[in-house]
Design a protein around this ligand. Structure first.
Ligand SMILES: [Fe+2]
Length: 299
């Protein structure tokens, strides 16, 4: 094992891949340093009791089914051996930011773009960019659930529907305006469900959003704090609600089940076709050029 490391923002292997415009990469497992494995071990050990207390039962079943090693950064090949037979999903290593259409298209093909770097072992708390702990321990256990997995695929369908819809718009300027609004609606919906969603369960409110499932501080805060407003998820609210990523979320939305969530994504697609996403409320998140272009010229 070398000590080069695959640490967030300090990974020469990733820098090289980015320089060579390689988005999909291999996971060079031997490059993980002792410190990288220590970071995983520490993150996992402190989250475990919080998952037991606050995570929804589908996640707990998923994490058991994946047989993750609590002591070492997981190999994606190992994760996929357990994941694929359950829902057909696979974790696919990426070198960095995945433009929106490509991201959703991967979901449609039951592939989850997965960050392979890990945060520093002395900085375990919030980091704005995803890392392998967020992606594998936060997201992937949810992908073992068939109803949840079908919901992600449906998000991919929505992206294809959007790309088709804008083709029929004559003016390039109008195309960009409509796309910006649709991507904003999809990003907000994704944020308030897949990343920060809460769900009813027989034992009360539980967490299923991966941003919460990978955050030691916020998972408890999301369920217990009086400073959080929690409302039943409503499509018209989610697509118009701005969010900020640099602090604990003050507003969270609750779904009844993953079938309920699937129905909402289906409705999102229907509204898109009806033009009801063409002019959502302005605000965050801002949609960048790369995201827009990914819908206009999908490769
Ligand atoms: Fe995420």
């Amino acid at each position: 094992m070398t000590s080069e490391g695959l640490t967030t923002t300090e990974a020469p292997f990733i820098e090289l891949a980015q320089k060579q415009h390689q988005l999909f990469i291999n996971q060079p497992y031997d490059l993980y340093s002792v410190e990288n494995h220590l970071a995983w071990k520490s993150l996992y050990a402190r989250m475990k009791p919080r998952w037991d207390e606050f995570a929804n039962p589908h996640f707990l079943k998923g994490i058991a089914n994946l047989c993750l090693d609590p002591n070492a950064v997981p190999s994606l090949a190992d994760v996929n051996r357990f994941l694929e037979p359950l829902t057909g999903f696979e974790a696919k290593a990426v070198s960095g930011y995945v433009p929106a259409f490509i991201f959703f298209d991967c979901l449609r093909n039951r592939q989850f773009p997965t960050t392979i770097t890990i945060r520093k072992s002395d900085k375990l708390d919030y980091l704005p960019e995803p890392d392998i702990f967020h992606d594998i321990a936060g997201h992937v256990p949810m992908h073992t659930d068939p109803a949840f997995a079908n919901t992600l695929v449906k998000f991919g369908d929505c992206a294809h529907t959007a790309a088709e819809l804008v083709k029929s718009i004559g003016s390039h300027k109008e195309q960009l305006k409509v796309l910006e609004s649709i991507i904003q609606a999809m990003a907000r919906f994704f944020w308030f469900t897949i990343e920060f969603g809460l769900m009813e369960s027989p034992d009360g409110l539980k967490v299923y959003g991966s941003g919460l499932l990978s955050s030691f501080g916020e998972i408890e805060h999301s369920i217990q704090s009086k400073d959080v407003q929690r409302f039943p998820a409503q499509l018209e609210w989610l697509i118009n609600q701005s969010f900020e990523i640099d602090h604990f979320q003050p507003l969270l939305f609750v779904v009844e089940s993953f079938d309920h969530l699937f129905t909402m994504v289906d409705q999102l697609e229907t509204w898109m076709k009806q033009g009801r996403l063409n002019n959502v409320a302005p605000g965050e998140p801002q949609i960048n050029e790369q995201d827009l272009m990914s819908f206009l010229s999908p490769s």
